[in-house]
Design a protein around this ligand. Sequence first.
Ligand code: PGA
Length: 260
Amino acid sequence: MALPRKKFIAGNFKMNTTSSEVAAYLEVFRLETDKINDIDIVLIPPFTSLTKASEILGGAQKIRLGAQNLSPEAKGAYTGEISAAMLRDLFVRYALVGHSERRRLFGESDEMVRRKLVTALKSELRPILCIGETLEERQAGQEKAILESQLRTALEGLSAEEISEVVIAYEPVWAIGTGLTATPEQAQEAHLFIRDYLGKMAGTSVANKARILYGGSVTPETARELLSQPDIDGALVGGASLDPRGFAKIVAAAVPADEK
Ligand code: PGA
C-alpha cells in the first residue's frame, strides 16, 4: 500500500494585501493554525509582501511561502520581472506557474508556462503547475484533451525526478472566482485522469506520490467534501484565503478525520 499523501493547502492572495496587511493577517492565521500539524501550508502573497512575510515567519517550517509568478530568465535587462534567485533569497519555496489569470489576461502560452516551470526547477523552487479547462471546453467534452495537452507541453521530456518536484493544481477556469465549484465527483474524475497521465509520463511511483490540488471557489463550506476525495490532495484557494480565520478553517478541513 502506498503511503498517504500529505495534504497541501495553498492560499493565493492574487493582487490583494499590502505588506502591513500581511503582517496583521499572519498574526491571526498563525494563532488559528497553531494546533494543526502535518499539513503543508503555503501562503502566496504579492511579491511586495514576501519580504515582510519572510521576516515574520523566519525559518518556521510550518508555513511556507510561494510566489505568484516568476521570470523565465535568470537575470538581466527584463524590466519589471522578478527572478527565481530573488525569490529564493526571501526563502520562497514554491512558485505558481500557468495560473489561468496569467494565461488569459497576460497572454501566457503553454510554452511560456513550460519555460517558467523549468526555470523554477533549476532554481530549487517547487512549481505549482495550474491547469484547467474553460466552460466552453467542458461543454464541448474536451476537458481531458485540454488537461492532457497542458500537462504534455509543460512536462514532456523532463525526468521522472523533476516531475516529482511539481505540484499540480487542477483549476477549472469556469470555477475560479465565480462561486461555481466543481462537484467533488467532477473534481475527482479530473484528478484521477491527471494522476493516470502523470503515471504515463513519469511512472506509477511518481504519480502515486504527486500532490494534485483542486482550485476554484473553494470555501470553508465546500473544502471538506472536496478534500475527502481519494485523488484530491489539497486545495489552491483564492478569494477565501484572504480571511485568515476562514482560510484556517479550510486548512483544518484537510486534517484527516482520524487525527482530529
Ligand atoms: P478562487 O481562486 O478560490 O477565488 O476561485 C482560485 C485560484 O485562482 O487559484
